[in-house]
Design a protein around this ligand. Structure first.
Ligand SMILES: *Cc1c(COP(=O)(O)O)cnc(C)c1O
Length: 353
């Protein structure tokens, strides 16, 4: 492959990978040896470098800290049986990062910086991509404002970074979710479609309240009337009702999930009936009561599929029969088979490092 980006590489004196036990990964606490950094000077991106993972220095007047001018992405790299490293659909993350950046008045990244920076970093730290069943290397690209200026205005300068950490086999136990009718994650005209810092800070308190009541996550509803199902926690949400896969259309308030897109693509490929349309809470509850709801699950990079075992609505817990989760189990296997290189990659989703 042609190297177009001039990346300065400063390697660690001694890799820490030997200290890793890939059978017992401490989730999001152990980061790989290196990180990628690029700076934006108000005009262009420059100073592309891969350096030992470690703390960075920023001004106390940094606008990302004060005003949240900050965006991120999340994706994963997998090791196949031949020991090759495959990244799942990274161009989608690149495109989405620029969509988030535009909304937050941040500069666009070139595909070259995003892809070459990531490829070089993962290539250097390829021993950090675990090969134990179900594990992967989580990749976190992010960009934040770096002006030393505490006034409210868009920053002129920014930093783009990529850090990575091994993640363990995600034995996603089924989750209990509560339909939220008071708090709001996203509103029309807001920032719900962007992976920007403040969205996640704002969701912590309502999620905490639900957890105190014994639920794992919330089902977010539309901010205006709380009548339409939007997302679940930090995942998109899907339902199988009467053998039809149903999920809300993406837009201002619903993040354009890459897992969501992949699941829809597979379902259509298999000839399943798919409806991308607004789903009312009332319709969902009626489907549960009529025994028509077969499956409910969250979809996102972290867990891929999070099966839902209880939906709570207005103080009532509706248990779902997990024995009916056919499609979600099948699609989880199919996605894993593609990502670990066990099945034909007919959609061209894997990017080989
Ligand atoms: C990241 C994210 C998702 C899932 O997106 P994937 O690309 O599938 O990981 C869904 N909803 C929100 C709010 C998110 O932040």
């Amino acid at each position: 492959m042609v190297h177009t980006l001039d990346i300065r590489v400063e390697k660690v004196a001694q890799s820490r990978v030997a200290e890793m036990d890939f059978h017992n990964i401490d989730f999001a606490r152990q980061y790989a040896d290196h990180m990628f950094i690029a700076d934006y000077d108000g005009n262009e991106w420059h100073d592309f470098r891969i350096v030992p993972y470690g703390n960075i220095s920023i001004s106390p007047a940094n606008p990302a800290i004060h005003y949240g001018q900050s965006v991120f992405e999340g994706l994963k790299a997998y090791k196949n049986a031949a020991g090759e490293v495959l990244i799942f659909r990274p161009h989608k993350n690149f495109e989405r990062m620029n969509i988030s950046a535009e909304r937050m008045m941040m500069p666009q990244l070139s595909e070259e910086i995003f892809m070459e920076g990531m490829r070089e970093l993962i290539n250097l730290d390829r021993d950090w991509v675990p090969d134990v069943a179900g594990t992967s290397l989580y990749i976190r690209p992010f960009m934040f404002a770096t002006d030393e200026y505490i006034g409210v205005r868009p920053s002129d300068t920014f930093t783009f970074m990529i850090i990575t950490c091994p993640v363990g086999a995600y034995y996603a136990r089924p989750v209990k979710v509560k339909i939220e009718e008071h708090y709001t994650r996203a509103v029309k005209g807001g920032t719900g479609f962007a992976k920007t810092a403040g969205n996640y800070a704002a969701s912590l308190y309502p999620a905490h309240l639900a957890q105190k009541e014994g639920y794992d996550q919330l089902i977010w509803t539309d901010g205006q009337f709380h009548k339409l199902i939007e997302e679940s926690g930090t995942m998109n949400i899907m339902f199988v009702i009467n053998n039809t896969l149903i999920t809300a259309p993406v837009g201002d308030t619903i993040l354009n999930g890459i897992t969501r897109d992949s699941v829809l693509e597979l379902a259509r490929d298999w000839g399943m009936k798919v409806e991308v349309r607004p789903l009312e809470v009332e319709e969902l509850i009626a489907a549960i009561e009529d025994n028509q709801l077969q499956e409910a699950f969250g979809v996102g990079t972290a867990a891929t599929i999070a099966h839902i075992e209880v939906i709570a609505y207005r103080g009532h817990d509706y248990p779902l029969d997990l024995g009916r989760r056919q499609f979600s189990a099948k699609v989880l296997d199919a996605l894993n088979d593609i990502r670990y290189g066990r099945a034909e990659d007919k959609f061209g989703w894997n990017y080989r490092v």
